[in-house]
Design a protein around this ligand. Structure first.
Ligand code: NAD
Length: 491
């Protein structure tokens, strides 16, 4: 069966999803949502008022208690989450909503985003009855233990890149641990999250336990963070917004926050590697995947001087295969930029680098044939220094800067000379050198002789430095969705 579809024919869930129903309260202003591939209008969403946010949060709290979701045997949650994962994998509307109004080509959305969302939910379903606190060594007339308890309602806020995966990362652990959740997806890519919530109810997760509110960050997002009944905030997005959310959470109840933020991740290639063609392939994929709109995109190539020319040539050969195409065509693999203003921002950073004396080796322009869609050519830039914007700012586009080094310490120093610390790639055939680099690099994730995740839900992800606080995925995410009550009993 072909995956091609016509975006106009996809049924769009209109409104917030609260208490198991789509609602569009009167008087809320509408926000237009466009399709990234061709820039055309797709549908609109309401911008949640304070009343709507309150309705969603208080309803969520009530639903978790009254339905028994927060107090039932965790195994019951396991079963419902498993059913949900099955529906996620099978639902065509979910796939098409994700693909029509995000940057994800439908073939990749099916094999990657949808498959990974379902597996994420299964992973947390499996952990539901395995993460319940601890007991401690005390004398025989006492019992000391910690009881893990849900926060009640978790407020989640997600970015526009990978909207479905990001929603699954947030909902999986929150629901497995017995919380209710109110999630605000990005106003640019809101619809697949609503379909995800509809499928949760179809799977038997009680209505009202998973709610979606729409709106802008400064209005709906900020109100969700500040709501007194929201016990914890789980956020993925930019560092600037992360800082605003942390301040808001501090000023409104000192509530805990998990912040998954941006990055400017180095790809450090030592002189002796196993297979330079394989390294080139990892590096090419690491900065062109989703057209560079990936938090962990490996956008700073730091390569040993003696192999730089050969590696660059191989990367150039790889990236000519990146061809633009509408996300609803099954042949498309290369993503559009989310919208024209974001694409213009990428281009202006590249132009500024050129003015500062950098060499644009490849790219540095739009694909002209894509109409209103904003497709940007993979771009290689040499002759850069660490103080240039293109090297020190998160460009969030398919732009790779290239720097060379001659000795190990110099390479590692270049890799660490950044305010970010999300991820890094290290390529070497010398195990000891690889181990030294792993220890020395200041990043929350280090990949060695590979780049990027491979559906490893068991491995936590999160950043150092300005890239964030706390972890998503893995057992760490279960811990992050619970608070631990310490108990000591004399008997
Ligand atoms: P963004 O920070 O602009 O927006 C993210 C979300 O926050 C949106 O839903 C937005 O509406 C909301 N928001 C904005 N201002 C807010 C406020 N004051 N209070 C509450 N909510 C607010 O980020 P973006 O441009 O949508 O996404 C791209 C960023 O996300 C990049 O920096 C990228 O690296 C990062 N990201 C990080 C990870 C990770 O796992 N570390 C994953 C994906 C994306």
């Amino acid at each position: 069966m072909t995956l091609d579809f016509t975006p106009e024919n996809v049924p769009v869930p209109v409104g917030h999803y609260i208490g198991g129903t789509l609602v569009t309260p009167a008087g809320e202003r509408e926000i237009d949502v466009n399709r990234p591939s061709d820039g055309k209008f797709f549908a609109s969403i309401p911008d949640a008022s304070a009343d709507t946010v309150d309705h969603a949060v208080s309803g969520a709290l009530r639903a978790a208690k009254e339905s028994g979701w927060s107090t039932c045997a965790p195994r019951e949650r396991t079963r419902a989450l498993y059913r949900w994962a099955e529906l996620i994998e099978q639902d065509v509307v979910l796939l098409q909503l994700e693909s029509a109004c995000s940057t994800r080509p439908v073939t990749l959305a099916k094999s990657g985003d949808v498959a990974s969302a379902a597996e994420t939910i299964r992973f947390f379903a499996e952990l539901a009855d395995k993460e319940g606190g601890d007991h401690f060594a005390t004398c025989h007339s006492k019992l000391g233990f910690s009881a893990a308890e849900p926060y009640g309602v978790i407020g989640a806020i997600t970015p526009w890149n990978f909207p479905l995966s990001m929603a699954a990362w947030k909902c999986g652990p929150a629901l497995a641990t017995g919380n209710a959740i109110v999630i605000k997806p990005s106003e640019m890519t809101p619809f697949s999250t609503v379909r995800l919530a509809e499928l949760a109810v179809l799977a038997g997760i009680p209505s009202g336990v998973l709610n979606v509110i729409h709106g802008l960050g400064a209005t709906a997002g900020a109100q969700l963070v500040a709501h007194p009944a929201v016990g914890k905030i789980s956020f993925t997005g930019s560092p600037v917004t992360g800082a605003a959310i942390m301040t808001n959470a501090a000023n409104n109840g000192i509530k805990p926050v998990t912040l998954e933020l941006g990055g400017k991740s180095p790809q450090l290639v030592f002189e002796k590697v196993n297979d330079l063609a394989q390294v080139a392939s990892c590096i090419s994929g690491g900065f062109t995947g989703n057209a560079g709109q990936v938090c962990v995109a490996g956008t700073r190539l730091i390569v040993h001087k003696n192999i730089a020319d050969e590696l660059i040539e191989k990367i150039q050969q790889n990236i000519v295969r990146c061809e633009p195409g509408l996300t609803w065509n099954s042949a498309s693999r290369y993503s559009p930029i989310i919208n024209k203003p974001q694409a213009d921002k990428i281009h202006s950073i590249v132009c500024h680098a050129r003015e500062q004396g950098a060499d644009i080796l490849t790219g540095g322009t739009f694909f002209p044939e894509t109409g209103n869609g904003a497709f940007y050519r993979p771009t290689l830039i040499a002759g850069v220094t660490n103080d240039m914007d293109v090297v020190c700012r998160e460009v969030f586009g398919p732009v790779l800067t290239i720097q060379t080094f001659t000795d190990e310490d110099e390479g590692i120093a270049l890799a660490n000379d950044t305010v970010y610390g999300l991820a890094a790639g290290v390529y070497t055939r010398d195990l000891s050198q690889g181990m030294r680099a792993i220890r020395a690099i200041e990043a929350g994730t280090v990949w060695v002789n590979r780049y990027g995740r491979s559906q490893d839900f068991i491995i936590p992800t999160g950043g150092f430095k300005m890239s964030g606080i706390g972890k998503d995925l893995g057992r760490a995410a279960m811990e992050a969705c619970q608070r631990y009550k310490s108990v000591l009993i004399d008997f």
